[in-house]
Design a protein around this ligand. Sequence first.
Ligand code: SF4
Length: 67
Amino acid sequence: MKIEVARDRCRGAGQCALNAPELFDQSDDDGTVVLLNSQPPTELQDSARVAAALCPNAVIRLVEDDS
Ligand code: SF4
């Protein structure tokens, strides 16, 4: 899995950092998403899916592996 974020659409709601703090943080400046790990290990991939599903602006895109 690879994680991509469209930071220009982020409104700083913080759901990502709440649900997957190992993968997402928020900027101290404006609260927008900071991607901590774009290639999450298997044990964090469900957290990434939850964060993507709950993001109100569909900022988080997950690219699943083909295999
Ligand atoms: S949940 Fe979405 S809108 Fe909110 S901070 Fe995270 S990426 Fe931005």
